[in-house]
Write a new protein. Sequence first.
Length: 458
Amino acid sequence: MVVDQSPGRHGDDDPTSIVINTPKGRVECGRDDIVCKRLGLSHKASSIILEYQVPSQALMAHHVIHVDLTGDLAGPPDGLGAVVEQLRQLHGAWLASIGTEQLSKMVENLWTGKAKHLQAAKPSQTRPRRQRVQGIPPTARASKRTKEEEVRKVFNDVQADGMGDLLSLAQLESFMCDYLGFGRAEAAAFLKRHQSGAVDGVDFDGFRKGYAELNPFMVMERKQELIIRKPGSLQGQQINLDTLDDCEVYVCDTTAQVFVDVCKGCMILLAPCESSVFIRDCEDCTVWLACQQLRTRNCKRCTFYLYSKTEPIIETSEDLSFAPWSARYPKCTEQFSKAKFDPQRNFWNALFDFSGNPTSSNWSIRPIEDVVELHLHLDEPEALAAPPDSAGLASVTYDLLCQEPLTSGDCGQGVANIPQTRPSLPKAPREQVQVQTCIIRDDGNARQLGPSHLLKAC
């Protein structure tokens, strides 16, 4: 099968002939040699895909017809007819056997798909605002095995006074973003994944399929998603992040315990955890976290911007880098105070490595040139809105990176008798360095996710 992406190109000497580019070279044939077999649409590429044969050349091929969708939600500026006429001029040989009505319907289908995508991504200005959940939310035990009557009860709650059998983006945002404390991107992603066919809304069957995603405490098997838990959304409970790929996760509420497992290429913020954060089998992640104690196992090439009340522990991990806490988000100061975390006593560089050896270190101190300060702005009702703050922790400097580690005498090195090799201090910059700032906004706008894209833009 040949994918022919050249335009409707005629032969050099004969305007009635057509040139087709194939992997083996150029093939020239007459317009009447083309036999259209099937037509399809690619909404992602804004294109019509035409499958055709050239029997005289024993050739089966696809021809890609790009459709210009420039314009607003109302439709093409000059109407569908003008678009169809332009396509016939550019791709006449391939479209000769395609009726105008059929071609118009395909262009209209592409345009409708674009309009729905733009409408879904458009911030909802009219959604009813709800108060944040008090106590444990009704979706705390949401899973794929939840009984239908329980799912129906929540579906009706989301629908509230809405009409019809579909949940709109505004209703999803009101329930997910305001009530549960999720981010707007999650509401938009839920709509996109579970909407009812081509209709811009989620029916009960779609809602039931996605119901497990509404569990605030279990974030599992996600790829390239933006996930937020706002202040007050977790009520000091445990949260699990499991099998995430190229995701951004911003947990802005205090927790009792956190488990982060099998995450790759993710950016993660963890607000104060009153006990331990366990990070296991993760690769290429960037994590801002505050905790009683950090414990890592089997992690590779991860960066930690850390506040730790006690000595962090790493095990069977390699190529880790550390720097002091470097993040701002709403109510950060209040949460540090609630957890009784003293900003002036940070054990970020007092690591104990259970896989330590006498000749090299499995971790390093991040150079000041590579330090990134995270600023997170949340979409909240006026009563809950607050600017980002940093709990009184100063911005990272070169001197701070070079400070001596604190000691508590509680890490147990004497019992373990494992050699510890501290990394070298980072080189002093040749000139004064201003720490990079990475600003995240919970505005629902689509963008590329993960540290590989976002940190390059900071």
